[in-house]
Design a protein around this ligand. Sequence first.
Ligand code: FES
Length: 571
Amino acid sequence: MKTLRSQAWFGRQDKNGFLYRSWMKNQGWPHDLFDGRPVIGICNTWSELTPCNTHFREIAEYVKRGVWEAGGFPLEFPVMSLGESVLRPTAMLFRNLASMDVEESIRGNPIDGVVLLMGCDKTTPSLLMGAASCGLPTIGVSGGPMLSGKFQGHDLGSGTGVWQMNEQVRSGEMKLETFFEAESCMHRSKGHCMTMGTASTMASMVESLGMSLPGNAAIPAVDARRNTLAQMTGRRIVQMVKDDLGISRILTREAFENAIRANAAIGGSTNAVIHLIALAGRIGVPLCLDDFERLGSGLPCLVNIQPSGKYLMEDFFYAGGIPAVLRELGEAGALNRDALTVSGRSIWENVVDAPCWNRDVIHQFAEPFKPAAGITVLRGNLAPNGAVIKLSAASPHLLQHRGRAVVFESIEDFHARINDDALDVDENCVLVLKNCGPRGYPGMAEVGNMPLPPKLLRKGITDMVRISDARMSGTAYGTVVLHASPEAAAGGPLALVESGDAVALDVAERAVRVEVDDATLVARRAQWTPPPLPERGWERLYVEHVLQADQGADLDFLVGRSGARVPRDSH
Ligand code: FES
């Protein structure tokens, strides 16, 4: 084994070696731990303000067991943790900030390999992005989904159940007291959202990219096998360091193609589009919206799970999880079988014998849950650089639709008017929401799945075409066009739409358009003024540098990687 980078700190026989070792010894570490064995950083997003990640100290202990067993030296460190359900104005505003924390924490410290503990939505992409910009051997462990929610004798899925019950309350179908009773029933164990929301989607992406050991995505957080996986991961990272298996050998173009296809097959979150493009940008793999259209949109959805179907992650685990899905893709010729994974084996070797125990949960490729249901990319004069729609969660009868725009200039405007029965809207209208993109919100909040007007809910209407520059929760559903790019706040054409304009969605044509002549749009543009910049701090830096959704919404100066070299000493 070659001399490891940690020896540039701990192996020194000089004043700096004293400095680097002596302060560490205040934890009681014996001198022989600094002898050149692999030092494994455990990057922990534990926080009591990130409810989905509160069990991560326990997971870290199991990772450490594995690292010790394999002859490594584990050192756990905290990074910024992003709690999707709590953090305002949106956790996405801080994804890139957390990635900087991760990148600099890894690079600046005597670490030879790193284990990423990821769970709640943004904790996964932020850790992967930061690690990718450093390039060390890296392996992921997800926190695992919560047990299925149970309420009044039925399953109740994270997020999805909230959106459904909230509409029932707004239509008068459900009492507010009943709604609040469900609070304690939806989230009843450790873990992250147990629908195929963004957290489960991104855990599935980690596994499909080959960045975790097989089985990572679906083992429930409280299942003992989650801890076993953590321990095996600790053993594995030590060997990865010895083999010099860096992250860039895993995150290849082939791996990203596998992830895009897997996302289609699981009915995964639209958020994966933004996160995968941002991650690819860090590692230097060319990836764009057209790749999602070309590779994913025509694929069938195989997994019958909320929000596209009825089951939950616990059922998905018992049915076989991601290995069973990847096997289906591999047998159908829709997997780059040779892509290397952190196990040291190819993705195909990992899953070739993966069983499926329940075909109502994981369908066969030849008899899919939904045909041609991947994330689809739309373009047109409303989104020249692209927008996305998740077909598996949309209503087939609305995929070709023309209607009158009802425009909301901001999320505040939307909240102020949507519940007013005097609002001039019917079920054929198209709800348009502006200024909720990366710069506009700022942070591109999950508000694109606009709740419907109560007067239409009372008529039994459950879906309408909605268009915005926002994202939506991975747990959400509906005929919702998202990520319109360029966004309104950047002067995109979405900014020019007015109530009363005709708007057309044609998924077969991959088109989203406002039917207003060019001269009128030019005249409206002359009247448009950009929103003011935030005055200071992170928001200012973010708005000045954030890329548009089709480019992954990373900061322009963070794209790429700097490696792990730090030539200078601290003293
Ligand atoms: Fe954390 Fe859904 S709120 S995963």
